[in-house]
Write a protein that binds this ligand. Structure first.
Ligand SMILES: Cc1cc2nc3c(=O)[nH]c(=O)nc-3n(C[C@H](O)[C@H](O)[C@H](O)COP(=O)(O)O)c2cc1C
Length: 473
């Protein structure tokens, strides 16, 4: 186990665990993980915001296919940044077969984020994806591997076909990935494909095969991963329901408490003895962000812990600083609260939301927003009555969703997390009528414990403070 990290800084999308945070953690000898979610939009928007510090352009200059990177820079870079009332360029949505420009942007953006997180040190850097956001997988993985990513971590689904993709990309071979299509029969299954030779120059040396860690929350899923994966699964992150972001739905019937929060029970507990018997290293996540929990994890045979919440609000994270300040102020006054919302996320998974009055995540204000789906990461792929592939999102306008066969009850309470999460990292879309998208902030239940990092003279702390705290005796 000696070359495995004890502390993994969890991947936090979209753009919360950005290259700065992952680099800070990796530089200190732990595993920094960038979020791989929506990186194509994030790169395009950082360039449109003027690429302060020139980091995007510096990384682009290292991409192996120079002409392609230059084209992306020409298309999106605005010297000095766009006017704050000017909307960001709309990108055509990802679909099963491309479009090619979107695949290129995706591959290059994943390269850029990993390249920057690796800059200036020789330690490992990981990347995190949600299995559920399937369409960008192939170009994303290839771009991250071109930049030398050491770990790929994936949850929110059953990623049995990812290990085989990693093996093929080591030698720049074409790879395929099955696309889940709602309502399709087995014989109608769809597949995506990606051939590196169509995008970058030939004769590149072989790449390093990153270790693959599956993020799971049940024994059944861990065993199924080992049995069914088409390549090596190198370990597991076992994530409990107090973790930030999306949570696995509870086993059995969904039950809510009197405040509308999801109730988890005994059946949701993972049997760690059984996990040990699988013979793979594992890390515990969800409320493990303390020195005591790290020691506890070691005593039950874990290689270490994965921590999200404590890093999400530190100086280096991508979360907007006004949001960070407002939330940490609440933490300091012991007023911070997080709720597990069963219906906010179009993925259908429970999603944890920080409760804040005013401009952040107050439900009434947010739900008054006209429904628009123009980013499309959380769209569901479905089979149309004509046998074609269609795309729908339970957060899009209701009539449109229903016309695509969506059920009205599935759209109740849904938020456009794609736009809200990009707003939370400082890239809000601007719409007609002066509407600027508002953010939604996710966090784990550990939020209330962050007061330990705050001092009398400031509501701010660094990733190094989190690590020092985790490793304290
Ligand atoms: C702001 C935030 C965003 C997150 N986004 C993701 C994500 O995109 N993918 C993922 O696998 N986990 C995500 N997580 C979960 C973390 O990677 C990590 O497993 C979890 O936060 C650990 O529990 P803790 O929050 O109690 O430390 C997120 C967590 C937070 C706080």
């Amino acid at each position: 186990m000696s070359d495995y990290p004890r502390i993994i800084q969890g991947g936090m999308g979209a753009g919360v665990s950005n290259w700065r945070l992952a680099r800070a953690v990796s530089q200190l000898g732990h595993l920094g993980v960038v979020s791989g979610t929506a990186l194509d939009q994030i790169l395009a928007r950082r360039l449109q915001d003027g690429d302060l510090g020139g980091h995007m352009r510096r990384a682009l200059a290292h991409f192996p296919a120079r002409e392609l990177a230059e084209r992306i820079q020409r298309e999106f870079y605005i010297p000095g940044g766009k006017h704050e009332r000017t909307p960001y360029t709309h990108l055509p949505s990802h679909d099963k077969d491309g479009p090619r420009g979107r695949e290129e942007l995706c591959m290059v953006a994943n390269f850029v984020e990993v390249f920057l997180a690796r800059e200036g040190h020789h330690n490992a850097v990981g990347i995190n994806y949600l299995e559920k956001i399937q369409i960008p997988h192939l170009p994303s993985l290839y771009g991250a591997m071109l930049a030398g990513v050491s770990y790929v971590l994936m949850g929110a689904g059953i990623p049995v076909k990812i290990p085989g993709v990693l093996d093929r990309f080591v030698h720049h071979q074409p790879a395929t990935y099955p696309l889940h299509v709602a309502g399709a029969r087995e014989c109608e299954e769809a597949e995506m494909s990606f051939d590196p030779a169509n995008f970058v120059m030939e004769n590149l040396p072989p790449l390093t095969r990153p270790r693959f860690l599956a993020i799971i929350s049940s024994n059944v899923l861990a065993a199924a991963m080992l049995k069914k994966a088409n390549g090596s699964v190198d370990g597991f992150v076992i994530e409990g329901p107090t973790a930030g972001g999306h949570n696995a739905p509870p086993r059995g019937k969904l039950q809510l408490d009197e405040t509308g929060e999801v109730i988890y029970g005994e059946r949701d507990r993972v049997d760690l003895d059984k996990i040990c018997q699988l013979g793979r290293p594992f890390w515990l996540a969800g409320g493990y962000g303390s020195a005591e929990k790290l020691r506890q994890a070691s005593t039950v045979g874990a290689a270490g812990i994965q921590v999200g919440t404590a890093f999400a609000f530190c100086e280096e994270s991508g979360l907007r600083s006004d949001y960070k300040q407002a939330i940490l102020e609440k933490v300091a006054r012991s007023k911070a609260r997080v709720a597990t919302d069963p219906s906010a996320s179009p993925t259908g998974f429970p999603f944890k939301i920080v409760q804040l009055e005013g401009t952040l995540s107050e439900a009434e204000i947010y739900l008054a927003r006209p429904r628009v789906c123009d980013l499309g990461y959380l769209r569901e792929t479905y089979r149309t009555p004509e046998g074609e592939i269609g795309y729908r999102c339970s957060g899009e306008p209701l009539t449109v969703y229903i016309s695509k066969g969506g059920k009205p009850e599935d759209s109740a309470g849904k938020r456009c997390l794609c736009n809200a999460l990009l707003a939370s990292i400082g890239h809000p879309q601007v719409r007609g009528n002066n509407l600027i998208e508002t953010g939604v902030v996710t966090s784990g239940d550990d939020l209330s414990t962050l007061g330990r990092f705050l001092s009398a003279d400031g509501l701010t702390y660094k990733a190094a403070d989190v690590l020092a705290n985790l490793l304290s005796q």
